[in-house]
Write a protein that binds this ligand. Structure first.
Ligand SMILES: [Zn+2]
Ligand SMILES: [Zn+2]
Length: 329
């Protein structure tokens, strides 16, 4: 059997190709892809900011698919069930990071749509132990952005601590989901967008932010924590300036432009600056349980599979409201 897939090959623009449908190895699921989210990390791989592997690669690490075949030894999954596949495609379970509950830092981790072929295709494989059952009441195109934007957002929020006044910098796929979670938890959200992006500011207010403005503006009061989703290094000192004593600034992206030097006074008074890398399965289980309790309203811009290059360019240019998602079948 053959399938359509979007391939990334060094030195070439993305292209649509026919490939054999893969067969599941031990511990793997074969999924018929229904939808796959498009993430800024896909752009970082495309642009070589994360070095791409030396073989043709299928991008996409927010995969929603129907289980159509089970590899040897798979337990706890049945045919016809929907599965969600995130960025963490596999971890070794035995390295010192895995053993202390930090499988997100695993030395041998395999990431979906990077080391493993991802969801910009009609079929894909996933390790059953790293795939998630999905909450009910959502369409596949709504579930897809939960699997990276939602999940990395959730991990960032967890690491930001018990902040009451929370700033979100960069109001795209992750922030538009996280504002809904934070409001549900009784927090106040301050949304910072590209300067002059009134459409994103309107969306932030409509989703419950108490304040929305440009990232060049100061919030009306000091924040307890700030989460940066925009991959823009100069926002780090800006966010440190916006948080109160003891406040936390979390960098939620996998890549960021250089952070300019800044006076120590911005970090003084026990402000904390940290990054978030990847996710653990525990983050995924907790977040998807929450998404089953609260009906999140993902705002999605939907593209057909063959329009993946367009979706990525729209994301780069800031033309996507909420999350870009490929609807595959
Ligand atoms: Zn992602
Ligand atoms: Zn490991």
């Amino acid at each position: 059997m053959r399938m359509q897939a979007i391939l990334l090959e060094a030195g070439q623009p993305l292209y649509l190709a026919q490939r054999p449908v893969p067969s599941p190895g031990p511990g793997q699921l074969l999924l018929r892809v229904q939808a796959c989210g498009v993430c800024r990390t896909d752009l970082h791989i495309l642009d070589g900011e994360l070095p791409p592997p030396s073989r043709p690669l299928v991008l996409g690490h927010q995969v929603v698919g129907e289980v159509v075949a089970l590899g040897e030894g798979v337990e706890g999954w049945r045919l016809g069930q929907w599965a969600g596949v995130p960025w963490l495609g596999w971890a070794c379970g035995v390295c010192r990071y895995c053993r202390r509950g930090q499988e997100n830092l695993c030395e041998r981790a395999l990431f979906t749509g990077y080391h493993l072929d991802g969801g910009f295709a009609e079929y894909t494989l996933a390790y059953a132990d790293f795939a998630y059952p999905l909450p009910e009441g959502y369409a596949p195109v709504e579930l897809a952005p939960l699997l990276c934007a939602g999940l990395i957002g959730y991990r960032s929020l967890r690491l930001a601590g018990a902040a009451q006044r929370l700033g979100l910098y960069g109001f795209g796929a992750a922030a538009h989901l996280l504002v809904q979670v934070a409001v549900y938890q009784g927090r106040e959200v301050y949304a910072f967008t590209r300067p002059g992006d009134t459409r994103a500011q309107q969306l932030a207010r409509a989703l419950g932010a108490v304040w929305a403005g440009g990232s060049d503006q100061a919030p009306p009061q000091k924040l307890d924590a700030a989460i940066l989703f925009a991959p823009v290094g100069p926002l780090v000192p800006k966010a440190l300036q916006d948080v109160d004593k003891g406040g936390v600034v979390v960098c939620g992206g996998i890549h960021m432009s250089d952070i300019p030097s800044f006076p120590y006074a911005l970090l003084w008074e026990e402000r904390v600056l940290r990054s978030v890398a990847n996710l653990t399965r525990q983050d995924g289980l907790e977040f998807l349980r929450l998404a089953g309790e609260v009906r999140l309203r993902p705002v999605v811009q939907v593209y057909p599979l063959e329009a993946a290059p367009q979706a990525l360019e729209d994301l780069r240019a800031g033309r996507v409201e909420g999350a870009a998602v490929l609807q595959v079948c």
